[in-house]
Design a protein around this ligand. Structure first.
Ligand code: SF4
Ligand code: SF4
Length: 432
């Protein structure tokens, strides 16, 4: 039997729209708008002023503390503005506006061959690498765990529907991905690697197995099920161990890295290229030409939509995957380090139905990969019972969306969990 975790849902994968499309370079236009906050933590501090000349890779934002990340220019040209603009969540964020001179002069770091552990750590920090699987947590923090690590786990599941970025990287850049894994091994001082890949990506598994010369990498074919790529679910599927409630993978001696992140680390160390590109999928029935793109960070979504074309049938726009992404109301925000996909969805791809009262069918609990009772949290929130929401272990929710996906009453269960977490924090309750 193919290994997996307990619970979760089978989604319509819809990978076929883009899985056979190689990456194409997006031709960036006159301006990029680069946010100083593209990661979990504090925004970077601006290092440039209006009128400064920059090149591709010039550091324009300095990490503000350990939980922060450097930001670099993705084009060469002139800084024409430092302005507050809404990011994808709608919150205003400081952006550096750069007018592209179309020369693409580079200001990269020096490539390092055969780096030491300290050189990998320093380069990871300098290049502004963050987790590119969605969390955007500064990668340097993960590379400096406080507890001993027994194995590295690579997440090649890409379980969100539509997205085919990691799949294409595993096919097109397999050697580079494996080199990136070797860098993480050096930084962590570990030998053992588990590489988890869902069973719907057989070509990637074959390709990686064929070219890998590292006997310590164990390729693990995992069942195609959502959220197989969730850190806790991935660890459970591969090792059968359970991350304790409120705990981290490192508590069990594991560190999990996403494929796009190890590839970014490869580019930073061996090419000297800071994190200035994002590989992304643009898909859905509402886009005229679905594609996998290599995009410079700071490109406006409207430019990408214009480039690929938009159908009249679009009823929903999502940045990220359909399960955990953010719904957008316009195309004003820009591509950041965490933008794995842009989905233009037509009516037949979504189920926008008004919620009705819960019928106590229990499907949400059966789907929840964290073994929660989402209907209990939902009910508690409806009644303003914050303590009750806390007692339903809302703080353990990973916001995967499985519960809402299966709910026949279309209850807004993820929103209830998010609100519960917010209120638990606001009221300073100890998480149950
Ligand atoms: S309660 Fe949270 S963890 Fe459980 S299925 Fe819903 S969103 Fe996922
Ligand atoms: S799936 Fe929906 S209707 Fe069924 S118990 Fe959960 S919240 Fe209620």
């Amino acid at each position: 039997m193919i290994p997996t975790f307990r619970h979760g849902v089978k989604t319509k994968g819809r990978k076929e729209y883009t899985e056979n499309m190689p990456f194409e370079e997006y031709p960036v236009g006159d301006f990029v708008y680069i946010p100083l906050l593209q990661h979990i933590g504090k925004p970077a501090t601006p290092l440039v002023i209006v009128g400064d000349k920059v090149k591709c890779g010039t550091k324009i934002g300095e990490a503000d503390g350990f939980i922060s990340a450097n930001v670099h220019s993705s084009v060469s040209g002139e800084v024409t503005g430092i302005v507050d603009l809404p990011c994808a969540t709608g919150l205003p964020t400081t952006h550096i506006v750069i007018k592209n001179d179309y020369k693409y002069e580079e200001d990269f770091l020096s490539p390092i061959q055969n780096p030491t552990k300290d050189e990998v750590l320093e380069r990871c920090k300098e290049a502004g690498i963050v987790g590119m699987g969605g969390a955007t947590f500064p990668t340097i923090v993960k590379l400096m765990p406080k507890t001993p690590i027994k194995a590295l786990i690579i997440n090649g599941c890409e379980c969100e529907p539509y997205i085919t970025v990691d799949y294409r990287l595993m096919l097109e850049k397999a050697a580079e991905v494996l080199s990136g894994i070797d860098l993480v091994k050096r930084a962590l001082g570990v030998n053992k690697v588990y590489f988890g890949i869902e069973s719907n990506k057989p070509e990637a598994i074959i390709k990686l197995r064929d070219i890998s010369t590292d006997d310590e990498i164990e390729f693990c074919e995992l069942k195609t099920k959502y959220p197989q790529g969730g850190e806790k679910q991935l660890i459970s599927a591969i090792t059968k161990e359970k991350v304790p409630k409120g705990g981290l993978p490192s508590d069990l001696g594991y560190v999990v890295f996403n494929v796009s992140t190890v590839y970014a680390l490869y580019e930073a160390v061996y090419l000297g290229q800071p994190l200035i590109y994002r590989h992304m999928t643009v898909s859905g029935n509402g886009v005229k030409r679905a594609a996998n793109l290599r995009v410079r960070i700071g490109v406006q979504l409207s430019d990408i939509v214009e480039y690929l074309g938009i159908e009249e049938n679009v009823v929903k726009v999502v940045l990220g995957g359909p399960m955990m992404g953010v719904s957008l109301h316009n195309f004003k925000s820009t591509i950041t380090k965490g933008s794995s996909s842009l989905l233009l969805l037509a009516e037949k791809e979504i189920r926008e139905i008004e919620p009705t009262p819960c019928i106590n069918c229990g499907r949400c609990a059966k789907a929840c990969p964290m073994f929660l009772m989402p209907m209990v949290t939902d009910r508690a929130i409806l009644h303003g019972d914050i303590e009750g929401a806390n007692n339903s272990y809302a703080m353990s929710c990973i916001e995967c969306g499985c519960c809402a996906y299966v709910c026949p009453a279309r209850r807004p269960l993820v929103q209830s969990q998010r609100l519960a977490k917010k209120l638990i924090r606001k009221n300073k309750l100890t998480p149950a």
